[in-house]
Design a protein around this ligand. Structure first.
Ligand SMILES: Nc1nc2c(c(=O)[nH]1)N[C@H]1C(S)=C(S)[C@@H](COP(=O)(O)O)O[C@H]1N2
Ligand SMILES: [Mo]
Length: 263
């Protein structure tokens, strides 16, 4: 356990070194290091299988992330990455206070469903005060309220070959040869059914602010910040994510980070 933690620290230090000198404004400060063939990138990719296997063995599938008390909440949650998506659809919905928003849940499920915010808020909820660790080397402690993802999955009934939940987000990160490149993330079914995995609509006892992912963002507490997809409009259950975007299961995994970002 402690040996593993040491390795994780080393990984984080590599990240922090890359960010030195640059303002800590977003994960994109690492981009130059992540070119194919760069030793840091290769190290991260090589470490991926190992850390996931080691973590699963050491931590077990049901271990809980540490939860904190009210007095430990540190600052408002520092916004990072996209903080105000400028796509037409998002701006239209946010201007209407997200009253026309709905979350779509589809893919490999028995009953595809859509839920508006009121329906989501009326579902069983969970509140947790947790620490958010960004790969850049900063962290915040904030209080999150939302519906457990497991509760939504129980309603749509994933099929036997559904291996991953993919979170599609409103924000566009850039434009590539095949069009716009949106933010997306994915987790496996172990994390999807974990009791602390929630779709949060509230933060620090208030409505989730736009900069932190309104109207709905994922909290998957045993992984790094970039897994916590903000601005989620669709959850798609898939057998494999190789057909999505560059095939690595997440915007940042497509840019050389680990797909499994356990801490
Ligand atoms: N849709 C979307 N989700 C995202 C990001 C993003 O740019 N777009 N940034 C990620 C990163 S790198 C971090 S650290 C957290 C930041 O969450 P916060 O803005 O609430 O602090 O969101 C993650 N989720
Ligand atoms: Mo991050």
């Amino acid at each position: 356990m402690s040996r593993f933690k040491l390795n994780r620290r080393k990984f984080l230090t590599v990240g922090a070194a890359g960010a030195a000198g640059a303002a800590l404004t977003g994960c994109d400060v690492f981009d130059p290091m992540l070119r194919s063939g760069h030793p840091v990138r290769d190290f991260m990719i090589g470490a991926n299988g190992l850390t996931e296997a080691v973590q699963r063995t050491l931590m077990g599938r049901d271990s809980m992330a540490k939860e904190f008390s009210e007095s430990e909440i540190r600052q408002g949650m520092r916004p990072n990455g996209s903080t105000n998506p400028n796509t037409m659809e998002y701006m239209f919905l946010s201007q209407g206070n997200f009253s026309l928003y709905h979350l779509e849940v589809d893919g490999l499920v028995e009953s595809p469903m859509r839920f508006n915010l009121e329906e989501l808020r009326n579902m069983p909820s969970r509140t947790q005060i947790t620490r958010h660790d960004c790969v850049e080397g900063w962290s915040c402690i904030a209080k999150w309220t939302g519906v457990p993802l497991g509760h939504i999955l129980e309603q749509v009934q994933p099929q036997a070959n559904a291996n991953y939940a993919v979170f599609h987000c409103f924000d566009v990160m850039g434009v590539g040869l095949s069009g716009e490149i949106p933010y997306y993330e994915s987790i496996d079914m172990i994390d999807a059914y974990h009791p602390q995995t929630i779709l949060a609509y509230g933060m620090n006892d208030a409505v989730l602010p736009v900069e932190n992912g309104a109207p709905l963002r994922l909290r998957v507490e045993r992984q790094l910040g970039y897994k916590m997809a903000k601005y989620v409009y669709r959850i798609e259950l898939v057998e494999s994510f190789s057909h999505l975007h560059r095939g690595n299961g997440s915007y940042w995994a497509d840019h050389g980070y680990e797909w499994y970002a356990g801490i």
